[in-house]
Write a protein that binds this ligand. Structure first.
Ligand SMILES: *[C@@H]1O[C@H](CO)[C@@H](O)[C@H](O)[C@H]1NC(C)=O
Ligand SMILES: *[C@@H]1O[C@H](CO)[C@@H](O)[C@H](O)[C@H]1NC(C)=O
Ligand SMILES: *[C@@H]1O[C@H](CO)[C@@H](O)[C@H](O)[C@H]1NC(C)=O
Ligand SMILES: *[C@@H]1O[C@H](CO)[C@@H](O)[C@H](O)[C@H]1NC(C)=O
Ligand SMILES: *[C@@H]1O[C@H](CO)[C@@H](O)[C@H](O)[C@H]1NC(C)=O
Length: 810
């Protein structure tokens, strides 16, 4: 008995042990899964900022993290440092479990989570391209090439080489796109369609492109209910923007030819913001003012104060309604503010002047619109909506000739709620009289005209075209359908394909939700993850994403800066993306592509880019062409042609008047110098710059030499070995140059050159001095003779706006 008991005990013990080792030897995926489920995959900086309410309301601060340089060593250091010191116990544990599960058990799910961790920085694990590719590839094999999302991402990796991580292999990329598309991935289909439309890696084939685009467009169209499509098309917070547009565009404010894509910036209002908004706690709005309440704080000019306040309220609510790039949408808060405004002000409409009425009317219109769409509410409330909309019409239209936007929603209510088309058309026609052009009106009228052909309206095709050109999203689709069916016999494959493409790109919620991720990751300081997200969208054909991705890869340096230090593969990809954006009619991107070529010393290609962009009338490109001809870069020197180009700039951008005139004068002086020195100074010979080196102007040289002196004085101040190497290399180069120059017979010019100054710079300096002298003399003379200085001042100011810029341009 005792023995048996002993046996039993030992048997029990061994089974326990065995089962324990069995548990130990099990795939740890399930354990990891539980850990993952209790954690946050991704923080959303936009949503979280919308919850709090800071005192500087209305001030949009977009702290986008866009590093200039990229170096593999630095990324590797950062990655190593994370695992050494920054990683939490949780991430170490999860990572270990996932690693075991993937490497020892080939668990597909664990492999997928690992791939996404490294690619998208999920759960705060740092981005690592090598590992991302490895795990994604492994997951693809584990799932037998059947996961469309993975195939799409791998396709993008092969087409781009993941910016130097793997070899660029467009053929493989294409195969993966095709496989992914055949498994139904919308993004892959879109990318393929874009390739066929523009002939990237495949022969151009408009019909194939059209077929693909139409297929996805139908799919997206059918994801909407009829109610949404016909009556209220859902509002979307768009992140379809070019990153450089957050800071005045690709070429800067006065030089860019493209309109800014940032349409949802916080409204700029007169800055009396804080005067009335004293406290807002989680939607509980406490306002501290009131018309007629005899408060002493604004006794001096109550009228003006009230205008400001109504303007302020309207734009505050409007920003909440549309959502800005830093603050998510909050319809409820907008509604509460507007309701409060209604209660507070409605009794005093009689006392308001026109401007006050206008903004008060717009407040009511927005309030009515919110009730009509039911955003931030359980359901729409048509009665309340009608009440506010009608009030808006009365307030705005009673005293002035303006037409309230509220007529649109009133028309929609008549048409779809009361089914009274006649009254609806009345409202729409009123809106047409006003300057308030909104696509939805034309869209509805086009449909009504089809229903009632006897109406005195223009052709439905034209109406739909107008709605489409005003970017009303359903109208783009409907118009594309009409052209495709050959209405008005205007079928054109390419045009139709572009229409469908535009429609899909307006549909970013369905086809490119990663645009929002990309923007959020820039706020989160994960620029490489953002780059990946923009790359996906760029491969899908978004023009804005092409610019954004290219901008993250390679930004043009400002005046005094050196060009970014980055990998060659990244430069090439940036060039490809800038060029593709240019082919989609972004002129500025064409100029930037030219500049990048120029900085790489590839003058032939730079010249080609400038030439293509100048054919589309980009003033900056024409200017650059003039410069290339003036200096004989990539072409034979030709002062006459250069002058022609400089003069042409004026035709397209009169703001550059000053700079153009100076350049032309300088050019004249130069050709005159060339003439009297027999071509020695400014002959038609290649001078100054050896190919490949970036030409530097005098101010850059001065700055450089200061930098150099500083560096030498402080010894090895920067601990970055690569940087030191670089500067050593530069010094070496400079010494070489000096050697070279000492060999020359020392003419006067050569001596200047050995000082680091070129003839070019001397002429520039002379000109700037001359301008200052002339303006000084003018002022003195003017003061003596008592000329009207106010006029002068005005002119000087007009010039002054661009003066700095124009001096740099020279
Ligand atoms: C990626 O991870 C590998 C393996 O841990 C590491 O050797 C490499 O340095 C990392 N690369 C980067 C760019 O962080
Ligand atoms: C993968 O596909 C091959 C044939 O294409 C098939 O033999 C194999 O069983 C599949 N494996 C899985 C896991 O589906
Ligand atoms: C539409 O409304 C107008 C004015 O409210 C009314 O006179 C007309 O009878 C209505 N028509 C229909 C079909 O209900
Ligand atoms: C300039 O760029 C073009 C296009 O990328 C390339 O084909 C050409 O070889 C480059 N020329 C030089 C001199 O680098
Ligand atoms: C410049 O001088 C160096 C030695 O000081 C010599 O090797 C080189 O050939 C000379 N070059 C010219 C163009 O005279």
């Amino acid at each position: 008995m005792r023995l048996k008991l002993g046996h039993l005990v030992s048997w029990l013990l061994t089974t326990c042990l065995i089962s324990r080792t069995l548990v130990k030897a099990q795939d740890p995926w399930s354990e990891a899964e539980i850990l993952l489920q209790n954690s946050v995959k991704r923080t959303d900086p936009i949503a979280s900022s919308s919850k709090q309410f800071s005192s500087d309301y209305g001030v949009e601060e977009t702290n986008l993290y866009i590093p200039m340089d990229y170096s593999l060593e630095r990324e590797e250091l950062k990655y190593a440092k994370y695992w050494e010191s920054e990683a939490t116990d949780w991430s170490r544990k999860v990572y270990q479990l996932l690693w075991e599960s993937s490497n020892n058990y080939n668990n597909p799910q664990a492999t997928n989570v690992l791939a996404n961790m490294h690619l998208w920085s999920d759960y705060g694990i740092p981005h690592n391209k090598t590992l991302a590719y490895e795990y994604l590839n492994k997951y693809n094999e584990l799932t037998n090439f059947s996961d469309s999302d993975t195939l799409f991402q791998l396709a993008v990796m092969h087409s781009t080489g993941l910016f130097g991580t793997i070899p660029v292999d467009p053929v493989k990329g294409l195969l993966y796109y095709q496989r992914s598309a055949s498994l139904g991935d919308i993004r892959a289909k879109q990318a393929l369609a874009y390739k066929y439309l523009s002939g990237i890696n495949v022969p151009r084939d408009c019909n194939k492109a059209l077929l693909l685009y139409r297929e996805i467009a139908d799919q997206v169209r059918n994801s909407y209910s009829d109610q949404q499509w016909e009556v209220i098309f859902p509002y979307v917070e768009s992140y379809n923007v070019r990153i450089p547009d957050f800071s005045e565009g690709l070429l800067g404010r006065s030089l860019s030819s493209m309109a800014l894509s940032t349409k949802r910036m916080a409204s700029a209002r007169p800055d009396i913001t804080s005067s009335f908004l004293t406290k807002m706690n989680g939607g509980n709005i406490v306002l501290q003012f009131g018309l007629g309440s005899s408060s002493s704080s604004f006794s001096s000019d109550p009228d003006e104060d009230n205008v400001d306040r109504l303007v302020d309220i309207f734009f505050t609510a409007w920003d909440d309604y549309k959502g800005t790039y830093t603050r998510g949408r909050n319809c409820e808060r907008a509604r509460k503010l507007l309701e409060f405004t209604y209660r507070e002000y409605d009794g005093d409409v009689r006392l308001m002047d026109n401007l006050q009425r206008f903004f008060y009317g717009r407040c009511l219109d927005l309030l009515g619109h919110i009730y009509f769409t039911g955003e931030g509410l359980d359901s729409p409330n048509i009665e309340l909506s009608e009440k506010y909309l009608k009030r808006s019409v009365i307030v705005i239209e009673s005293s002035q000739s303006l037409i309230s936007r509220a007529n649109i929603d009133l028309g929609l209510i008549q048409q779809f709620y009361y089914k009274n088309d006649t009254t609806a058309i009345g409202f729409y026609e009123r809106i047409l009289e006003s300057k308030n052009h909104n696509g939805v009106v034309y869209f509805q009228l086009a449909k009504l005209k089809k229903k009632y052909p006897h109406l005195k309206l223009s052709d439905p095709f034209l109406l739909m075209f107008t709605a489409c050109s005003r970017n009303y999203v359903p109208a783009i689709y409907e118009y594309a359908r009409m052209t495709e069916q050959g209405v008005n016999k205007r079928y054109n494959c390419e045009e139709t394909a572009y229409l469908y493409k535009n429609f899909l790109e307006a549909e970013e919620i369905s086809v490119a939700p990663h645009l929002k991720t990309a923007y959020a990751e820039l706020l989160n300081r994960n620029s490489e993850v953002a780059l990946w997200a923009y790359t996906l969208a760029a491969e899908q054909g978004f023009e804005t994403a092409h610019v954004s991705a290219a901008y993250l890869l390679y930004q043009l340096p400002c005046n005094f800066e050196e060009p970014p230090r980055t990998l060659h593969a990244r430069k090439l990809m940036a060039l490809a993306y800038y060029t593709r954006a240019f082919k989609q009619d972004n002129l500025d991107a064409g100029v930037v592509a030219g500049d990048v070529y120029y900085l790489m010393g590839n003058y032939t290609s730079a010249l080609n880019m400038y030439q293509s962009a100048s054919l589309k009338f980009s003033p900056q490109a024409i200017w650059d062409l003039g410069y290339m001809y003036e200096h004989g870069l990539g072409v034979e020197k030709d002062f006459h042609l250069a002058k022609r180009y400089y003069d042409q700039v004026l035709e397209h951008n009169s703001r550059l008047y000053f700079a153009v005139k100076l350049s032309v004068w300088k050019l004249k002086l130069k050709s005159w110098l060339a003439l009297i020195t027999g071509g020695k100074v400014y002959g038609w010979r290649r001078e100054d710059f050896e190919p490949g080196a970036k030409p530097q102007s005098w101010y850059q040289k001065i700055v450089k030499s200061f930098q150099k002196a500083g560096r030498e004085n402080s010894g090895s101040s920067s601990g970055d070995p690569q940087y030191q190497q670089n500067s050593q290399y530069r010094q070496h180069q400079e010494q070489n140059q000096q050697h070279h120059q000492q060999n020359h017979t020392s003419s006067l010019w050569d001596r200047f050159q050995s000082l680091g100054l070129h003839m070019e710079d001397l002429v520039s300096i002379a000109f700037v001095l001359l301008i200052f002298l002339v303006s000084l003399v003018l002022r003195v003379v003017a003061a003596r003779r008592g000329w009207n200085m106010n006029n002068m001042q005005f002119q000087v100011n007009a010039l002054g706006g661009n003066f700095e810029l124009q001096v740099f341009a020279i």
